[in-house]
Write a protein that binds this ligand. Sequence first.
Ligand code: HEC
Length: 467
Amino acid sequence: MGQDLLGFYPQWYVPNFGSGYVVAAIASTHVLFSHISVGASFLLAYLLYKAYKGNHEEIYAYVKRYFLVLLLTSYIVGSLTGPGIWFSTTVSNPRGISALIHNFVWAWAAEWVWFVTEVALVYIIYYIFDKIDRRTLMHISWVFAVVSWGTLLLIVGILSFMMSPGSEKWFHTGNIMDSFYNPNYFPQVAVRTSFTVALAALMGLAIATRMRESKLRQELVREVSLIGIGGLLLAGMSMIWYLETLPDRAKTTLDFAIPEAFKNTIFISIILVALVFAFFYALPKANRSLAFLALLMVVVLGLTIFPQERIREWLRKPYIAGDYLYVNQIVARDVPAKGVKSEIPFIDEHGFLKVHPFVPASAKTVTPGNMLEAGRAMAMISCAHCHSLDPAGPRPLVQKLEQVSTRPDVIYQFIERRLSGDPHQGAAPYMPQIAGTDEEIRALAAYLADITKQYVESKRATEQAAR
Ligand code: HEC
């Protein structure tokens, strides 16, 4: 019996919320602050260059204050949420993290070194700001900017591999270079970098508009507005490039499964921010109190990070990483170079409940007496990574199945078709192939029918009570 178990982990299920949303909340916060810090590092280096060239004392005071704010916000929140991503993803998707570590351990080690250097530099720069000569200060700040960007360059290799290795090569070589520089890598670097530029320009605008009226102020306002428009244009263009490099299944998901409103929020906010830049470019003398407008736009642009990251995760489905590991932790195809084999045939033969070490003994074998318990266990290990089993949370199954049926046989047919893994049979491109014995899938259908029926009935009861 012992050797028939597969290496699955206990499942972290957050009722009515979903472990995925816990990760998303931590990760989006992290992305926001880390993008701000990359953009800010370049902005500050540029301002120090400007101050040095033109001997502008007033800029130094601003930049120093800016460093302090950055240190107290971005670096504190960023450094807390970074490990937060590690903790939460390790519990929510242990095999996903394991797959990434087995491929990218050195990339991550390198990223850590760059990150530590970056954090050390932000403290050092603030501390020595008035103590060293200004030329050296300027040079150090450029080193700081490049190191900040370096962390982005490294982490994007891993993120884009999660979307797809992009070709068959890596499966046979297992070489980190064949997965790191995948077709999705450069466009994603371009999207993120241009976003950081736009964010930095907005913050620059907030600083410049607060300076007292002078030729320098107007010059700065116009310059950062232009840089901002450039950043947004680049972001838009590289987003189109990015979409081009997606795997076909992701393109289908983008066109058919992701709500228009979600995509539109991104474009609308980009246009809004572009208009603000254009306004300041045209009217560089605009009132000082408009600084708040620029800051407001930082928030607007910052908030698009959430839909952007969410869409990226959506497009990656059914995989968590590398086109071979499903979000629900099942290895879906062979990776010869890594000695990894698809687990689906094994699970189909032996039963998912049987080979999963953390399914309770009472649910291991499907019997007429434990149909619902076994079915719930199946739903937990097959669907719950992406679908809430409660009425709230991510894509609640009861809400989805309400449209399908409350009958076990119809739900069974739905699963056999939509989760068949075969597009010709009508499989959804975003859902994994169902794995398990026929009995287990019937138990799953029985459980899903049961909870959907309860949901529909309680909805009807509240509607009647309201009338
Ligand atoms: C890898 C993530 C993932 C897993 C695992 C998954 N689904 Fe889905 N499912 C999706 C996505 C994405 C959609 C598209 C709709 C959305 O995003 O709201 C979807 C949609 C659905 C729908 C709506 C109809 C349709 O075909 O689009 C049903 C019903 C459904 N899933 C049932 C299930 C069941 C039952 C399981 C478990 C056996 C399951 N799903 C496992 C991601 C997943």
